[in-house]
Write a protein that binds this ligand. Structure first.
Ligand code: BG6
Length: 470
């Protein structure tokens, strides 16, 4: 069902010439335009330090979205381009931005590092651009618990919480949102969703690429701040929260905040930090992290992190959760695996072919979105033979289309003022609390070759169980 088109508003991108804007925001806005989902009126204003004219920005945007001649023929690009404007931070600054805005409502997207969030917010306040603004901030939100608290204070001095949209694009992935639908839209799962039936849970967010020339950024964050504090914990939350009283921003975010508060801070002795050395991942040569541009050759920044985690509440007490994320791993895959307890007595042990593994429910978030349930079944034949088989649901096959990119979804939600899939200040604080100890006292760094599944210490962490990927 198509949502109503957002009402007239401007879209302001701070950091408009950067990587995020080119790779994600401009293409997402163009897709929304082609689908007729952009606000009925309003400008898209790029803002950055570069000295660009409106025309230069249009050229940059055209390259970023890859508009082709077909778009020109039916006018899609030409129409989009009319909406684009650019303001240079070093020339007109925020006063000029205000001058170039057309509408009384706007979203302001901060696609810049967290260190400059606070000064930009001050600038917006001083120039009277607060009323009618919805502020979108990219993660990481702050760089530790104290800075996140401080940033929240700065924001709350100026904006109401209902105007603040803290982005974690994993929340806008349809396959992540589907975790909630599968859990709370089906009566089947709730009965088996606790410590009495579940043995453990694993979450893997693996990437095959290295840091993609983002040395400057990555040296200041590492996998802990870039992926663990946010993406990994958000996926964990959707798997573990209590059923919300309603499906709305307040109820869902109340449950998430409650859940994060129940997560025990990570134990450095049960946390593995790794860094990749040179190798080949998914068919491409990856240089060692140390040899990447803008990386200190003696850097101990982690590009991989795995940890054991516990949720100290009635539902989950004693169930171990194993989470891992890394760059330059064997392949790009994001999956959450719920591993059920074994049967009390293995009646079919004698008839088993191969491993009699307990049931696994795998949520495949990307790239091959869907769900797999592994069960035991007989094999056709004269004798009783038992073997594991998989029941599959594949989104692309069932619906004959792929999910939309998360950025189209989150921009649309923000333009509609829907905060359900954005992080709230109390949740963010509780997330930092979980990993703060590891930031203060980082465990020793282990090395792993690009193209592997990370340091062998991560396998030892989960032993005698094994990491499981579909
Ligand atoms: C971003 C991180 O938030 O997520 C990147 O900053 C990472 O380092 C990216 O590559 C992964 O996103 P996705 O959607 O490709 O899994």
């Amino acid at each position: 069902m198509a949502l109503p088109r957002p009402t007239a508003q401007d879209i302001i991108i701070i950091g408009a010439t950067g990587d995020l804007s080119r790779r994600k925001l401009l293409p997402a806005l163009y897709e929304l335009h082609r689908e007729g989902e952009l606000p009925s009126a309003g400008r898209i204003v790029g803002y950055a330090r570069a000295r660009l004219s409106d025309q230069d920005f249009r050229t940059l945007a055209r390259e970023a979205v890859g508009a082709d001649t077909i778009d020109d023929r039916n006018g899609a690009w030409l129409e989009f381009e009319q909406r684009l404007a650019f303001v240079c931070a070093r020339e007109g600054g925020v006063p000029e931005l205000k001058h170039r805005s057309e509408e009384s409502k706007r979203i302001v997207y901060l696609a810049v590092p967290p260190t400059v969030h606070a000064p930009i917010v001050q600038d917006i306040a001083e120039n009277d651009l607060v009323d009618g603004t919805r502020l979108l901030l990219e993660k990481p939100f702050g760089w530790d618990r104290a800075s996140a608290k401080n940033l929240n204070r700065v924001l709350h001095d100026v904006f109401d919480e209902s105007q603040i949209f803290r982005i974690d694009h994993y929340l806008a992935k349809e396959a992540v949102q589907n975790l909630l639908v599968l859990r709370f839209g089906n009566s089947l799962f709730e009965r088996v969703w606790d410590r009495s039936v579940i043995d453990h849970v694993q979450i893997t967010v693996a990437e095959s690429g290295g840091i993609d020339g983002r040395g400057d950024y990555y040296e200041t964050v590492g996998a802990g701040r870039d992926m663990a504090q946010n993406h990994l914990l958000e996926v964990l939350a959707f798997l573990t929260i209590e059923p919300p009283a309603a499906f709305d921003a307040r109820a869902l975010r109340d449950e998430k905040a409650k859940l994060f508060r129940a997560v025990r801070p990570l134990d450095p002795a049960r946390t593995i930090r790794g860094q990749y050395t040179a190798g080949e991942a998914a068919g491409a040569r990856v240089p060692a992290y140390h040899d990447e541009d803008n990386v200190d050759p003696s850097s101990s920044r982690e590009t991989f992190m795995a940890f054991e985690l516990f949720v100290d509440n009635w539902r989950w007490a004693g169930v171990p959760f194993y989470l891992r994320t890394g760059k330059a791993l064997q392949r790009r895959v994001t999956e959450a695996v719920v591993a059920f307890r074994d049967v009390p007595i293995r009646l079919f042990q004698e008839a088993a072919i191969g491993d009699v593994a307990p049931n696994h429910l795998t949520f495949r978030i990307q790239p091959d979105e869907g769900v797999t349930l592994s069960i035991q079944s007989t094999m056709p034949g004269s004798a009783l033979r038992v073997t594991p088989v998989d029941l599959h649901f594949r989104t692309a096959e069932t619906f004959e289309r792929e999910s939309r990119d998360a950025y189209t979804r989150l921009l649309l939600d923000a333009m509609q003022g829907d905060q359900t899939f954005f992080a709230r200040s109390d949740g963010i604080d509780a997330q930092w609390r979980v990993i703060q100890g590891i930031l203060d006292d980082p465990p020793e760094l282990c090395l792993y070759p690009a193209g592997s599944w990370g340091p062998k210490e991560a396998d030892a962490l989960i032993a005698p169980r094994r990491w499981h990927l579909h």
